[in-house]
Design a protein around this ligand. Structure first.
Ligand code: HEM
Length: 404
C-alpha cells in the first residue's frame, strides 16, 4: 500500500488518502474531515512496491482467513485464483463492485480504507510443485513451551487479511474472496477482529488492546532509517535467485492469543503496570516521561530493584534485549463470546511483519516464552507463518512472479 509513506498505522489517521469518485457527499450530509463521508472515501492503493495492509493505519474491522487448495488443484488453479483475488482486491479497494455477481453488501459505502493482503503458507509450495522456490524463512516456527495450538486453526496453503473502517465493507470483501475461491480452494479457518473506530478519540492516538493497555507504542516507524530493512525482503542481494519473487515482500506471523481476562482483571492497577513496565493510562514507561520516552531499563528503585521489572513484557521484547530483533505489530482484537468454561473467548489476533522471522518474531517469542510476566494471562491458541509477496505492478496479479 502506498499509504506507508505517511506515518504508520498504529494510532495515526490518514495514510495515502486518494479521494475516490464516491467521496462526493450527498446533499445535507456532513462534509467535514472525519465525517462519515470522508471515512468512506478513504482509499488505499492496490498497486505498489509492497502490498497494502502492512504499513497502513489499523482499520476498525478485520477478517483473517486461511485457505487450503482443493484436492487436485495445483499451480495452474492457484495462479488463476490469485488472478481473480487480485482483480477483486483492485476493484473493491477502489470502491467499485466485485467483478462477478456483486453481493450488494457494500452498496452506498466508499472503500473505507479497505485493504486485502495475500500470502502463501509452507504447504502451498508442496501442493503446487514449487518447493524449490520456497524460501527458508518459511520453515515452520519452532515449538514454544507455552503453545496451546489448535492445528485446525493454524497454518494453511493461502492466507488473506482484510481490513476496513466499515464492517459491511469488510464483510463484503470477505464474501467476494470466499466466492472467488470457487472450486480451487476451501476455507481452513477464519477469524474476525476489530480495533477502535477512527474519530472515536479526541485526537489520533495509539490503539488499546482488550487488557486496556496502550499497544503499539514502540513499533518501528516508516521514517526509521532501518525500517525497510527490518520489515521488507531486500530487492537485490546475496539471496538465491529462485527466491527473488519475494523481493519487496514481507513475512507475516499470525497468532491467535487468548487473553485470560477474568484473571487479568483481578490484578490491581499497579500489578498490571508491572507486567508490562508501562503505565496503563498513557503507556509511558514506569521510569517516567510520556508515551514516547525510552524505557530506562537500568534505573533502580529505592528497593535496589529495577523499576521496570526484569520480567516486564516491554523489557523482554525490546530489540536491545534480542540482538536487534524487531517486527511491526499490526493486530486486531477479537471477541467470540463466552467459552465453555464461562470466560470470554477474547484476545489479540497478533499479526507481526518482518523481513525474516528469525530476526523478528522467533527470537523475541523464545525470550517471552521463557519468562514474560504476561504469560500467565495469555494463551497462544493458533499460529501461522506466511510469505506475503511484494505489491503487484500495474497489470500484474499478486504472486505472479512466483506463479507464472
Ligand atoms: C510491546 C502487549 C504479545 C512483542 C508491548 C506493549 C504492550 C504489549 C502493552 C507495550 C507498548 C508497545 O510498545 O506497544 C502485548 C499483549 C500481547 C503481546 C497484550 C498478547 C496478548 C506479544 C508477542 C510478541 C510481542 C507474542 C512477539 C513475539 C512486542 C514487542 C514490543 C511489545 C517487540 C515492543 C518492545 C519495545 O521495543 O519496547 N506489547 N504483547 N508482544 N510487544 Fe507485546
Amino acid at each position: 500500500g502506498a499509504a506507508g509513506a505517511t506515518g504508520l498505522a498504529l494510532g495515526a489517521t490518514g495514510g495515502a488518502l486518494v479521494q475516490s469518485a464516491l467521496s462526493d457527499s450527498p446533499a445535507g450530509s456532513p462534509g467535514s474531515a472525519g465525517s462519515l463521508a470522508s471515512l468512506g472515501a478513504t482509499r488505499v492503493a492496490f498497486h505498489g512496491e509492497h502490498q497494502a495492509g502492512i504499513t497502513d493505519p489499523l482499520q476498525a474491522k478485520g477478517h483473517v482467513l486461511a485457505f487450503d487448495l482443493a484436492p487436485g488443484a495445483g499451480r495452474k488453479e492457484a495462479a488463476a485464483l490469485l488472478r481473480r483475488w487480485s482483480d477483486t482486491a483492485r476493484r473493491l479497494m477502489a470502491g467499485e463492485t466485485a467483478p462477478t455477481a456483486d453481493s450488494g453488501i457494500a452498496l452506498d459505502a466508499g472503500p473505507s480504507s479497505l485493504t486485502l493482503t495475500f500470502g502463501f503458507g509452507h504447504s502451498f509450495f508442496d501442493r503446487t510443485g514449487l518447493t524449490a522456490r520456497r524460501p527458508a524463512a518459511l520453515d515452520p516456527l519452532p515449538d514454544f513451551s507455552s503453545d496451546r495450538l489448535d492445528p485446525q486453526r493454524s497454518n494453511g496453503d493461502l492466507w488473506v487479511q482484510i481490513g476496513a473502517d466499515d464492517a459491511l465493507v469488510a464483510f463484503h470483501a470477505l464474501r467476494a474472496v470466499q466466492k472467488d475461491a470457487g472450486e480451487a480452494a476451501r476455507v481452513r479457518w477464519q477469524m474476525n477482529g476489530f480495533n477502535r473506530s477512527p474519530g472515536a478519540t479526541a485526537s489520533p492516538m495509539t490503539a488499546r488492546n482488550l487488557m486496556g493497555q496502550v499497544d503499539g507504542t514502540a513499533n518501528p516507524r516508516p521514517k526509521d532509517p532501518d525500517f525497510d530493512k527490518r520489515i521488507f525482503v531486500p530487492g537485490a542481494g546475496p539471496g538465491p535467485a529462485e527466491h527473488s519473487w519475494m523481493a519487496g515482500g514481507s513475512y507475516a506471523v499470525v497468532r491467535r492469543i487468548r487473553m485470560l481476562l477474568d484473571d487479568w482483571d483481578k490484578q490491581s492497577l499497579a500489578q498490571q503496570e508491572q507486567v508490562i513496565g508501562r503505565t496503563k493510562a498513557t503507556g509511558a514507561p514506569l521510569t517516567g516521561g510520556d508515551e514516547k520516552t525510552a524505557l530506562a531499563l537500568d534505573k533502580l528503585g529505592p528497593d535496589g530493584k529495577p523499576v521496570i521489572p526484569s520480567n516486564a513484557h516491554a523489557r523482554i521484547s525490546a530489540p536491545a534485549q534480542n540482538g536487534g530483533a524487531a517486527m511491526l505489530r499490526r493486530p486486531f482484537s477479537y471477541h467470540d463470546g463466552i467459552g465453555p468454561d464461562g470466560t470470554p473467548d477474547a484476545g489479540l489476533l497478533f499479526i507481526c511483519w518482518q523481513a525474516d522471522p528469525l530476526r523478528g518474531f522467533v527470537p523475541v517469542q523464545r525470550k517471552l516464552d521463557r519468562g514474560d510476566a504476561l504469560s500467565e494471562f495469555i494463551r497462544h491458541e493458533s499460529s501461522g507463518l506466511y510469505a506475503v509477496p511484494p505489491g503487484p505492478g500495474d497489470g500484474e496479479y499478486v504472486g505472479q512472479r512466483l506463479l507464472e
